[in-house]
Write a protein that binds this ligand. Structure first.
Ligand code: FES
Length: 224
């Protein structure tokens, strides 16, 4: 046996405390894990803020611009007729106004003008005009006005309403439980109609055909 002992040349040596301190102080090349974590969290928060801001602006934008959800200027009866030149608006046929998501209907066709005043419930009798929300009270489809019978007919499940949005009572006239909803309306001294599409009054209960309160269809069969 010999006491001779060979020290391996590549054996790792412990670092001195000064060397460790200096290594900690020295700048890491590229991005450290800590910086990467900070950047990721910062980026996530910025993205979330951007989404919240964009969503808020999109939500309130119609109210800022006079679009749906706020007051929408429709115009005079003559304006409505001109915009729907091929339709019998003067006879009380519903005119569609996409900006308001509404049908505009002359109530009393014997009087060819809108009447100045305020109508918070959208009944239409005083102003001689009714603004109907385009959404079917059943499940939300858009009823279409039918030129044959002057009624509004929902293509989804067949609910039928007279030209003023009154639901015809009876299963054969579709499943909607009430008439079409109305918007609050106002007409100024020049006969210009404005609908407040932020204020909706629910439509009334159905009325049996032949009873007062519903306008009978012009023809026994409609468009659907
Ligand atoms: Fe109009 Fe069902 S959505 S009848």
């Amino acid at each position: 046996m010999s006491n001779y002992h060979v020290e391996p040349v590549d054996r790792p040596k412990a670092l001195a405390p000064e060397a460790i301190k200096s290594l900690r102080r020295s700048q890491v090349k590229g991005i450290s894990r800590r910086q990467l974590l900070r950047y990721s969290i910062g980026g996530g928060v910025a993205l979330w803020l951007l989404e919240v801001t964009a969503g808020t602006v999109a939500f309130i934008w119609p109210n800022l611009t006079g679009g749906f959800g706020s007051k929408v200027r429709i115009g005079t009866l003559e304006d409505v007729k001109l915009a729907n030149i091929s339709l019998p608006i003067a006879d009380g046929f519903p005119a569609y106004v996409p900006e308001a998501r509404a049908y505009i209907v002359l109530v009393n066709t014997g009087r060819q003008q809108f009447v100045a005043g305020e109508d918070p419930t959208g009944d239409g009798a005083a102003l001689n005009v009714r603004g109907l929300y385009q959404r079917c009270p059943h499940l939300g489809c858009k009823p279409n006005p039918c030129l044959k019978n002057f009624w509004l007919e929902c293509p989804c499940h067949g609910s039928r309403y007279d030209r003023l949005g009154i639901k015809a009572d009876g299963a054969q006239y579709g499943p909607a439980a009430r008439g079409m909803d109305r918007f609050a309306a106002s007409v100024d001294g020049s006969g210009v109609l404005t609908l407040d599409t932020g204020k909706i009054t629910l439509g009334p209960l159905p009325v049996a055909v032949g009873q007062p309160g519903i306008i009978p269809p012009r023809t026994p069969t409609g468009c659907i």
